[in-house]
Design a protein around this ligand. Structure first.
Ligand code: APR
Length: 234
Protein backbone atom coordinates (compact mmCIF):
# COMPACT_ATOMS: atom_id res chain seq x y z
CA UNK A 1 0.00 0.00 0.00
CA UNK A 2 1.61 3.30 -0.94
CA UNK A 3 1.60 5.98 1.65
CA UNK A 4 0.49 9.56 1.07
CA UNK A 5 3.18 12.20 1.42
CA UNK A 6 0.79 14.22 3.56
CA UNK A 7 1.91 15.03 7.11
CA UNK A 8 -0.62 14.70 9.90
CA UNK A 9 -0.05 16.25 13.35
CA UNK A 10 -2.28 15.16 16.18
CA UNK A 11 -2.58 17.17 19.42
CA UNK A 12 -4.15 14.90 22.02
CA UNK A 13 -5.29 15.48 25.58
CA UNK A 14 -6.83 13.58 28.46
CA UNK A 15 -10.10 13.03 26.58
CA UNK A 16 -8.55 10.44 24.27
CA UNK A 17 -7.69 8.29 27.30
CA UNK A 18 -11.02 8.87 29.08
CA UNK A 19 -12.60 5.73 27.53
CA UNK A 20 -9.57 3.76 28.71
CA UNK A 21 -10.69 4.62 32.23
CA UNK A 22 -8.22 7.43 32.94
CA UNK A 23 -9.73 10.59 34.43
CA UNK A 24 -9.59 13.84 32.54
CA UNK A 25 -8.81 17.02 34.48
CA UNK A 26 -11.67 19.47 33.91
CA UNK A 27 -14.71 17.33 33.23
CA UNK A 28 -17.25 17.01 36.05
CA UNK A 29 -15.47 13.99 37.52
CA UNK A 30 -12.05 15.33 36.58
CA UNK A 31 -8.88 15.18 38.66
CA UNK A 32 -8.95 18.92 39.38
CA UNK A 33 -12.43 18.46 40.86
CA UNK A 34 -10.91 16.02 43.39
CA UNK A 35 -7.51 17.60 44.02
CA UNK A 36 -6.29 21.17 44.17
CA UNK A 37 -3.60 21.23 41.48
CA UNK A 38 -1.64 23.64 43.68
CA UNK A 39 -1.24 20.84 46.23
CA UNK A 40 0.05 18.19 43.80
CA UNK A 41 1.17 19.59 40.44
CA UNK A 42 3.48 22.56 41.05
CA UNK A 43 7.11 22.91 42.11
CA UNK A 44 5.90 24.75 45.25
CA UNK A 45 3.72 21.76 46.12
CA UNK A 46 6.84 19.58 45.81
CA UNK A 47 8.79 21.78 48.23
CA UNK A 48 5.84 21.98 50.62
CA UNK A 49 4.76 18.33 50.70
CA UNK A 50 6.77 16.03 48.40
CA UNK A 51 5.13 12.90 49.84
CA UNK A 52 1.66 14.15 48.80
CA UNK A 53 2.96 14.90 45.31
CA UNK A 54 4.64 11.50 45.03
CA UNK A 55 1.50 9.68 46.21
CA UNK A 56 -0.67 11.61 43.72
CA UNK A 57 1.51 10.45 40.84
CA UNK A 58 1.92 6.94 42.31
CA UNK A 59 -1.88 6.62 42.11
CA UNK A 60 -1.95 7.87 38.53
CA UNK A 61 0.91 5.53 37.51
CA UNK A 62 -0.98 2.55 38.97
CA UNK A 63 -4.09 3.56 36.97
CA UNK A 64 -2.10 3.90 33.74
CA UNK A 65 -0.59 0.43 34.23
CA UNK A 66 -4.11 -0.99 34.61
CA UNK A 67 -5.47 0.86 31.57
CA UNK A 68 -5.43 -0.26 27.95
CA UNK A 69 -5.43 1.68 24.70
CA UNK A 70 -8.89 2.19 23.17
CA UNK A 71 -10.20 2.24 19.61
CA UNK A 72 -9.16 5.87 19.17
CA UNK A 73 -5.52 5.11 20.01
CA UNK A 74 -5.51 2.13 17.65
CA UNK A 75 -7.11 4.12 14.83
CA UNK A 76 -4.37 6.77 15.12
CA UNK A 77 -1.75 4.00 15.02
CA UNK A 78 -3.40 2.66 11.83
CA UNK A 79 -3.17 6.15 10.29
CA UNK A 80 0.62 5.67 10.17
CA UNK A 81 0.15 3.06 7.44
CA UNK A 82 -1.31 5.78 5.19
CA UNK A 83 0.30 9.08 6.19
CA UNK A 84 3.33 10.59 7.96
CA UNK A 85 1.89 10.89 11.46
CA UNK A 86 3.31 12.78 14.44
CA UNK A 87 1.48 12.60 17.75
CA UNK A 88 1.95 15.48 20.17
CA UNK A 89 0.29 14.55 23.44
CA UNK A 90 -0.32 16.42 26.67
CA UNK A 91 -0.96 13.04 28.27
CA UNK A 92 1.58 11.36 30.53
CA UNK A 93 0.22 7.87 29.88
CA UNK A 94 1.78 5.47 27.35
CA UNK A 95 -1.42 4.47 25.58
CA UNK A 96 -0.41 5.99 22.22
CA UNK A 97 2.80 3.94 22.30
CA UNK A 98 1.08 0.77 23.48
CA UNK A 99 -1.45 1.02 20.63
CA UNK A 100 1.44 1.12 18.12
CA UNK A 101 2.01 4.79 17.34
CA UNK A 102 5.70 5.31 16.56
CA UNK A 103 6.17 9.07 16.77
CA UNK A 104 4.86 10.32 20.12
CA UNK A 105 6.04 13.59 21.63
CA UNK A 106 5.05 14.04 25.28
CA UNK A 107 4.74 17.76 26.06
CA UNK A 108 3.99 17.25 29.76
CA UNK A 109 6.25 14.26 30.48
CA UNK A 110 5.66 10.54 31.03
CA UNK A 111 4.34 8.98 34.24
CA UNK A 112 6.26 5.72 33.64
CA UNK A 113 9.57 7.57 33.82
CA UNK A 114 11.43 9.21 36.70
CA UNK A 115 14.21 11.81 36.81
CA UNK A 116 16.47 13.55 39.28
CA UNK A 117 15.04 16.61 41.03
CA UNK A 118 18.06 18.41 39.55
CA UNK A 119 17.31 18.00 35.84
CA UNK A 120 15.66 15.84 33.18
CA UNK A 121 18.89 14.88 31.39
CA UNK A 122 18.55 11.23 32.42
CA UNK A 123 15.22 9.42 32.56
CA UNK A 124 14.63 6.15 34.40
CA UNK A 125 11.80 3.64 33.86
CA UNK A 126 9.40 3.54 36.82
CA UNK A 127 6.67 0.89 37.15
CA UNK A 128 6.04 1.06 40.88
CA UNK A 129 5.89 3.87 43.44
CA UNK A 130 8.47 6.61 43.90
CA UNK A 131 9.08 7.24 47.59
CA UNK A 132 11.03 9.87 49.48
CA UNK A 133 14.56 8.52 49.70
CA UNK A 134 14.46 6.87 46.26
CA UNK A 135 17.56 8.34 44.66
CA UNK A 136 18.69 8.59 41.06
CA UNK A 137 22.29 7.51 40.25
CA UNK A 138 23.40 11.12 40.68
CA UNK A 139 22.43 10.71 44.35
CA UNK A 140 19.46 13.06 44.30
CA UNK A 141 15.80 12.40 45.07
CA UNK A 142 13.87 10.94 42.15
CA UNK A 143 10.68 12.70 40.99
CA UNK A 144 8.13 11.78 38.34
CA UNK A 145 9.12 12.88 34.81
CA UNK A 146 6.09 15.15 34.65
CA UNK A 147 6.04 18.86 33.79
CA UNK A 148 4.41 20.74 36.67
CA UNK A 149 2.51 24.01 36.32
CA UNK A 150 4.99 26.87 36.18
CA UNK A 151 7.79 24.69 34.80
CA UNK A 152 9.20 24.98 31.28
CA UNK A 153 7.79 22.71 28.53
CA UNK A 154 11.10 21.49 27.02
CA UNK A 155 9.63 19.86 23.89
CA UNK A 156 7.48 22.86 22.91
CA UNK A 157 9.78 24.04 20.09
CA UNK A 158 9.91 20.56 18.56
CA UNK A 159 6.12 20.42 18.74
CA UNK A 160 5.74 23.81 17.03
CA UNK A 161 7.89 22.61 14.12
CA UNK A 162 5.72 19.50 13.67
CA UNK A 163 2.51 21.55 13.65
CA UNK A 164 3.99 24.19 11.35
CA UNK A 165 4.96 21.51 8.83
CA UNK A 166 1.73 19.53 8.91
CA UNK A 167 -0.87 19.39 6.11
CA UNK A 168 -3.56 18.09 8.45
CA UNK A 169 -4.03 18.91 12.16
CA UNK A 170 -6.26 16.83 14.43
CA UNK A 171 -7.02 18.17 17.93
CA UNK A 172 -8.59 15.45 20.08
CA UNK A 173 -9.65 15.27 23.72
CA UNK A 174 -8.26 18.53 25.02
CA UNK A 175 -10.03 21.58 26.44
CA UNK A 176 -7.10 23.73 25.24
CA UNK A 177 -6.95 25.37 28.65
CA UNK A 178 -3.26 25.01 29.34
CA UNK A 179 -0.59 27.06 27.57
CA UNK A 180 1.78 26.87 25.85
CA UNK A 181 0.36 23.53 24.58
CA UNK A 182 -3.02 25.11 23.81
CA UNK A 183 -1.34 27.67 21.55
CA UNK A 184 0.06 24.98 19.25
CA UNK A 185 -2.98 25.12 17.00
CA UNK A 186 -1.95 28.59 15.84
CA UNK A 187 1.37 27.25 14.52
CA UNK A 188 -0.31 25.50 11.59
CA UNK A 189 -0.59 27.10 8.16
CA UNK A 190 -3.81 28.59 6.80
CA UNK A 191 -3.83 25.81 4.20
CA UNK A 192 -3.68 23.11 6.87
CA UNK A 193 -6.86 21.00 7.07
CA UNK A 194 -8.02 21.15 10.71
CA UNK A 195 -10.22 18.74 12.64
CA UNK A 196 -11.51 18.81 16.22
CA UNK A 197 -12.68 15.63 17.95
CA UNK A 198 -14.48 16.32 21.22
CA UNK A 199 -17.98 15.62 22.62
CA UNK A 200 -18.37 19.16 23.89
CA UNK A 201 -19.41 21.92 21.54
CA UNK A 202 -16.71 24.43 22.40
CA UNK A 203 -15.73 26.60 19.47
CA UNK A 204 -12.15 27.24 18.33
CA UNK A 205 -12.22 30.92 17.43
CA UNK A 206 -10.17 32.33 14.61
CA UNK A 207 -9.66 29.07 12.76
CA UNK A 208 -11.81 26.78 10.66
CA UNK A 209 -11.91 23.39 12.39
CA UNK A 210 -14.24 20.66 11.11
CA UNK A 211 -15.81 19.38 14.36
CA UNK A 212 -16.36 15.66 14.65
CA UNK A 213 -18.51 16.06 17.74
CA UNK A 214 -18.54 12.96 19.87
CA UNK A 215 -16.31 10.62 21.82
CA UNK A 216 -12.84 9.76 20.60
CA UNK A 217 -13.58 6.05 20.22
CA UNK A 218 -16.55 6.90 18.00
CA UNK A 219 -15.20 9.84 15.99
CA UNK A 220 -11.47 9.15 15.56
CA UNK A 221 -12.05 5.90 13.60
CA UNK A 222 -14.64 7.78 11.50
CA UNK A 223 -12.17 10.61 10.81
CA UNK A 224 -9.32 8.18 10.04
CA UNK A 225 -11.50 6.36 7.50
CA UNK A 226 -12.48 9.67 5.93
CA UNK A 227 -8.85 10.79 5.57
CA UNK A 228 -7.79 7.43 4.10
CA UNK A 229 -10.64 7.65 1.55
CA UNK A 230 -10.01 11.34 0.76
CA UNK A 231 -6.30 10.89 0.13
CA UNK A 232 -6.00 7.40 -1.26
CA UNK A 233 -4.04 7.43 -4.47
CA UNK A 234 -6.11 6.63 -7.61
N1 APR B 1 -13.53 11.61 23.85
C1 APR B 1 -12.98 12.78 23.41
N2 APR B 1 -12.85 13.89 24.18
C2 APR B 1 -13.32 13.80 25.45
C3 APR B 1 -13.90 12.63 25.98
C4 APR B 1 -13.98 11.50 25.12
N3 APR B 1 -14.53 10.34 25.54
N4 APR B 1 -14.27 12.88 27.27
C5 APR B 1 -13.91 14.15 27.53
N5 APR B 1 -13.36 14.71 26.43
C6 APR B 1 -12.84 16.07 26.26
C7 APR B 1 -13.49 17.13 27.12
O1 APR B 1 -14.65 17.64 26.47
C8 APR B 1 -12.39 18.17 27.20
O2 APR B 1 -12.44 19.06 26.09
O3 APR B 1 -11.49 16.04 26.66
C9 APR B 1 -11.11 17.34 27.12
C10 APR B 1 -10.42 17.16 28.46
O4 APR B 1 -9.93 18.43 28.86
P1 APR B 1 -9.02 18.51 30.18
O5 APR B 1 -9.61 17.67 31.25
O6 APR B 1 -8.76 19.96 30.42
O7 APR B 1 -7.67 17.77 29.73
P2 APR B 1 -6.46 18.38 28.89
O8 APR B 1 -6.96 19.39 27.90
O9 APR B 1 -5.68 17.24 28.38
O10 APR B 1 -5.60 19.14 30.02
C11 APR B 1 -4.41 19.73 29.58
O11 APR B 1 -3.89 20.30 31.87
O12 APR B 1 -3.73 19.77 34.09
C12 APR B 1 -3.03 19.89 32.93
O13 APR B 1 -1.05 18.71 32.51
C13 APR B 1 -2.43 18.57 32.54
O14 APR B 1 -1.98 17.79 30.31
C14 APR B 1 -2.98 18.32 31.15
C15 APR B 1 -3.40 19.70 30.70
Amino acid sequence: MNKSEKKIAILSGAGISAESGLSTFRDNDGLWEKYDLNDVATIDAWHKNPELVLSFYDARRAQVLKANPNKAHYALAELENHFNVEIITQNIDDLHERSGSSNVLHLHGEILKGRSILNDIHLYPVSGDIKLGDLTPDGHQMRPHVVWFGEAVPRMTDAEVLVRECDILIVVGTSLNVYPAAGLRYACSDQCEKFLVDPSDFQLSGQQFEHFQGSATEKIPELVNKLIQDYKSP
